[in-house]
Design a protein around this ligand. Structure first.
Ligand code: NAD
Length: 352
């Protein structure tokens, strides 16, 4: 018999497929944003696509913010909010990775403006009502339905030029959403299905991109996997793994996606044993006999750094982070976990 549960599903419209960038102007009209009222936020790496989009938006276009920074520093959010007020924006179109979507969310948080997100990485932020802001080196996050993008346009053509190293790290970030979604307190049988299918699709896409970077089928799989991963994150929420990554990102300025790759195998070693059924299903989806070492080996094969030391963190900082964390595991367990993540040890054993 299926277990009892309560499941909450956030809304949102999804437009998926190669060439769907061309449909953004229609999506703007569908939201009733109006003439001269769209503020475009674009990552510098997708400048050419942003130029095309700006032309396509025609007289709907009001202004543009180019270049975004990770973890949404408050200073950048304030400049962006002022720009939205200056052009009297009624809607936001974000083209880029989680940083571009994150900046749009920071504006939406204080203005209520609707967001159309066009993701070009696999971070999954476009599917969640979660916002993040960094003030004085501390990243805080919160949940507000107003920041959930109303429409997401997934065009696999846009991510074909994403470098393999950036792709692999971003996929590790998406897989982290899926894996953590099996053990959070809000996990339920529906989120488990989404998370496991997300991880399976992401692995297939990653192997395809490693074989041929611009392969459209692989890029489509990765975007579909990112969509599922973002949904899993939105529905199941975050736990120890995401909390640790936010702490490390905010406090030491570590790159977001790569931090996930180094931390996830170690947190999995500690926590996956708590959910044996979901762990076994996830192992089958990822074609591995042990989830923690399987993730570690997959990330290594894809060339993603699997140690925080490689990202510039010192052992002393790893220990200090463990001490400053206020969470559900003991300082000793956390110190062991973060020192392992710092050195990049293959996560054998149970960790308990
Ligand atoms: P990012 O947006 O900074 O992008 C990563 C890299 O990809 C950057 O160097 C960028 O320039 C490059 N890039 C993006 N699009 C490209 C393209 N089309 N071609 C070539 N290069 C391209 O980082 P990210 O990993 O996508 O997102 C990280 C941020 O998102 C963090 O701040 C994180 O906290 C946030 N995030 C939030 C949520 C949420 O639910 N709120 C979920 C996941 C991530």
């Amino acid at each position: 018999m299926a277990e009892s549960f309560v499941h909450v599903e956030p809304g949102g419209r999804i437009v998926f497929g190669p060439g769907t960038l061309d449909r953004v102007p229609d999506e703007v009209d569908l939201l009733g944003i109006g003439i001269g009222r769209v503020l475009l936020i674009a990552t510098a790496s997708a400048r050419d696509d942003a130029d095309l989009l700006e032309v396509g938006l025609g007289d709907r276009f009001a202004g543009r913010i180019d270049g975004v920074r990770q973890h949404v520093p408050i200073e950048q959010a304030e400049v962006a909010r002022a720009k939205a007020a200056e052009v009297d924006a009624r809607g936001l179109v974000a083209l880029g990775g989680g940083s571009a979507v994150g900046l749009a969310k920071a504006i939406a948080l204080t203005t209520g403006l609707p967001i159309i997100a066009i993701p070009t990485t696999y971070a999954g932020s476009e599917r969640t009502p979660v916002w993040g802001l960094t003030v004085d080196g501390r990243k805080s996050t919160g949940t507000d339905p107003v920041v959930l993008p109303r429409t997401v346009v997934y065009d696999p053509l846009l991510s074909r030029r994403l470098p393999v190293t950036v792709t692999a790290a971003s996929v590790a970030n998406a897989i982290a959403h899926c894996v953590e979604a099996i053990w959070t307190p809000k996990a339920d049988p529906l989120t488990e299905v989404v998370a496991i299918e997300g991880a399976r699709t992401l692995r297939a896409g990653l192997l395809g991109v490693l074989a041929e970077r611009t392969d459209l089928e692989a890029r489509s799989n990765l975007l579909l996997g990112a969509c599922l991963a973002g949904s899993a994150l939105a529905q199941a929420g975050t736990g120890l793994h995401h909390q640790l990554c936010h702490l490390l990102g905010g406090q030491f300025g570590l790159p977001h996606a790569e931090t996930h790759a180094a931390v996830l195998p170690q947190v999995t070693r500690l926590l996956a044993g708590n959910v044996p059924r979901a762990k076994a299903r996830m192992e089958a989806a990822l074609e591995t006999e042990d989830l923690a070492t399987g993730l570690f080996d997959l990330f290594q094969a894809a060339g993603v750094p699997t140690s925080l030391g490689e990202l510039g963190l010192t052992e002393e900082q790893a220990v200090a982070a463990a001490k400053s964390f206020d969470g559900q595991v003991s300082v000793d367990q956390l110190t062991d976990l973060l020192v392992r993540a710092w050195s990049g040890r293959r996560p054998e054993g149970t960790g308990r």
